[in-house]
Each structure stands twice: as structure tokens, then as C-alpha cells.
Design a protein around this ligand. Structure first.
Ligand code: GDP
Ligand code: ZN
Length: 303
């Protein structure tokens, strides 16, 4: 790294092109050097400009506090955003959300060491508009639940309080109102990103793959492309870390490597039988364990 390196934070990411905010002036458009360096919004980086070149390049990524990853359909890991404080999972009564996808988001956050919270949008719709019964078990586990309406603005001041001083990635299934919510929370900043993605790239339209939206009260992170979510593949024994009530009981099982499926004297299965663990959450754990294995097989087969 040359002496002229500047430290900054990636605030917009367009594949191998990024926008880096830093203390010394306006944000700089940079290229990411090499194919191997994985850089996403939220990453702290060192950028430099080589003699005789007009281009800034990202030469180094600094250590990450955490990174939210997903698995693609081939089982390959993809970073979404780095150095997050919270993952806000947006749901709504309509279109109906798949609770297993909600659990997968929550699991991904827990696995990455990022605090999950639930944002229930479209509060303005009638109370019977959709089935939200999957929320109560999550609330009982200690997840903060915020009821809001991007349309009417209800609940937004309270939500902003929960986002204050934090960097929060908003994620959710298509149609739940994530864009509307981002607009209601940070409209002007988002329109600025839109203009930038039209301009950047070699004259062609580029779409942002992840961005940090700075607000006076905190930072929102957005990854517009991510509509469905499966956590990155982990060893089978680690899947339970995505389900706090399951991972938390594992110490009481007879076998140290218990996966809580059909093993004897399993504290988790006992808790499901007694009703202490929500059966749907347990089913979600089993499904993710299964999916994790399938993705691992695909990945291994390719490697
Ligand atoms: P996204 O796919 O999650 O980004 O969702 P959008 O923000 O594009 O919103 C999907 C649809 O839901 C649009 O028709 C929005 O107008 C509508 N929508 C968003 N927020 C609300 C809300 O708070 N209340 C109601 N009733 N509709 C909303
Ligand atoms: Zn067990």
C-alpha cells in the first residue's frame, strides 16, 4: 500500500465499483483491485491512487466486525453488507410472508452476530388482512417488534428511535414495502443514490448491489437485489446457533453433538413436546438444517 492511502467506508457497491466515503472530502468512486477481494457496503477500506493513473482503487479491506452472508442456489457464499449493528426484517400482512423465510433472516443475523429486529409494515391495513401469528413466538424470544406504516407514517418515530446510533440493514420479501419504508425514512438520500447509479459505469445503467444510507440519526443499509434469503452454509452443528431457543438448550442434551432430530434424551425435542419451544420454529430449524445440507452437497460436488 502506498503512503497516499486514505481510509474510508464503502457506502455504495456496484459489483467491482464502489463509492467510498472518507473524512478528507467528497466520496470517491473507486475500482476494487483484483477478483478475490470481497468488498460490500459497510466495509472499511484503504484506497489509493497510483502514479500516472486517474483511478482510485481499493487496495485493502480492513478487518470486519461482522458480515451478513447469504448462500446462492449453488451453495456459494455471497456477502451482503458488513459491519452491521442490526438486521431489520420487514414483514407485512399482505402479501403474506413466508415465516420460514423470516426465520432464515433471523437465523442469518444470529449466525453473523447481528441483532435481529422485526418491522411489521402496513399497519394501516385492517387487522384481519393477513396471518401474522408467527410474530408472537419471535417477540417472546426477545426480538423487538415494531409496528409501522410507511404509507401513513404511523410508528416511524418509534422505529427511528430504535435505529438511532446504529447501522441497520433492512431486508424482506418482495412487496412488504421495504422501498416505501426506506423512502419514508430517508427519501432524499435514496434518490441521490439513484442518480449516481445512472451515471456510474461505462455509460450503461448500473444497479447498486448494496448501499449505506447515512441519516442524521443513524445509518440504513440496503441491498435491493436480495428478496429471498438463505444463510451461508455452515457445519450442521452450527445451524442451531441461528435459533436462540434451540441453541440455548443444547447443553441439556445427552449427546454433545445432538442435532435435536431423533436422538434420545434430547432437551430440545422435550421442549417442543412440552410446548416450551414453538413447533413452527422447531420445524423451521429442521428445514434449515436440511437446506444447509443440500446446499453443502451442491457446493462440495462443484468444488
Ligand atoms: P418492496 O418490494 O418491499 O420494496 O415493496 P414496495 O415498497 O415496492 O411496496 C409494495 C407495495 O406495497 C406498493 O404497492 C406500496 O404502495 C405498498 N405499501 C408499502 N408500504 C405500505 C403501507 O405502509 N401500507 C400499505 N397499505 N401499503 C404499502
Ligand atoms: Zn438435542
Amino acid at each position: 500500500m502506498s503512503d497516499g492511502a486514505i481510509r474510508g467506508c464503502v457506502v455504495e457497491c456496484y459489483g467491482r465499483r464502489v463509492l467510498v466515503a472518507h473524512d478528507a472530502g467528497a466520496p470517491l468512486a473507486c475500482k476494487v483491485r483484483g477478483r478475490k477481494l470481497d468488498v460490500v457496503a459497510g466495509d472499511e477500506v484503504l484506497i489509493e491512487k497510483h502514479e500516472g493513473s486517474d483511478d482510485w482503487t481499493v487496495g485493502e479491506r480492513l478487518a470486519r466486525r461482522n458480515v451478513l452472508c447469504r448462500s446462492d442456489s449453488r451453495g456459494l457464499e455471497e456477502s451482503i453488507a458488513a459491519n452491521l449493528d442490526q438486521l431489520g426484517v420487514v414483514v407485512a400482512p399482505l402479501p403474506a410472508c413466508d415465516p420460514f423465510v423470516v426465520d432464515r433472516y433471523v437465523a442469518g443475523a444470529c449466525l453473523a452476530g447481528i441483532a435481529p429486529l422485526l418491522i411489521v409494515n402496513k399497519l394501516d391495513l385492517p387487522g384481519d388482512a393477513g396471518d401474522l401469528s408467527y410474530i408472537e413466538p419471535l417477540r417472546k424470544l426477545g426480538l423487538p417488534v415494531h409496528l409501522v406504516s410507511a404509507r401513513s407514517g404511523a410508528g416511524l418515530p418509534e422505529l427511528i428511535t430504535a435505529l438511532t446510533g446504529k447501522r441497520t440493514l433492512l431486508a424482506g420479501q418482495s412487496g412488504v414495502g421495504k422501498s416505501s419504508l426506506l423512502n419514508a425514512l430517508a427519501g432524499d438520500a435514496i434518490r441521490a443514490i439513484g442518480r449516481l447509479s445512472e451515471r456510474s459505469g461505462e455509460g450503461r445503467h448500473t444497479t447498486v448491489s448494496s448501499a449505506i444510507i447515512r441519516q442524521p440519526w443513524g445509518e440504513l443499509a440496503d441491498s435491493p437485489g436480495v428478496r429471498d434469503y438463505t444463510p451461508a452454509v455452515v457445519p450442521p452443528q452450527d445451524v442451531q446457533r441461528g435459533f436462540m431457543e434451540i441453541g440455548g438448550l443444547a447443553g441439556g442434551c445427552r449427546f454433545q453433538d445432538c442435532l435435536h432430530l431423533r436422538e434420545p434424551q434430547c432437551a430440545v425435542q422435550a421442549a417442543v413436546d412440552s410446548g416450551a419451544i414453538d413447533p413452527r420454529r422447531y420445524e423451521s430449524y429442521r428445514r434449515l438444517l436440511n437446506l444447509n445440507r443440500q446446499l453443502d452437497d451442491k457446493r462440495g460436488w462443484r468444488a
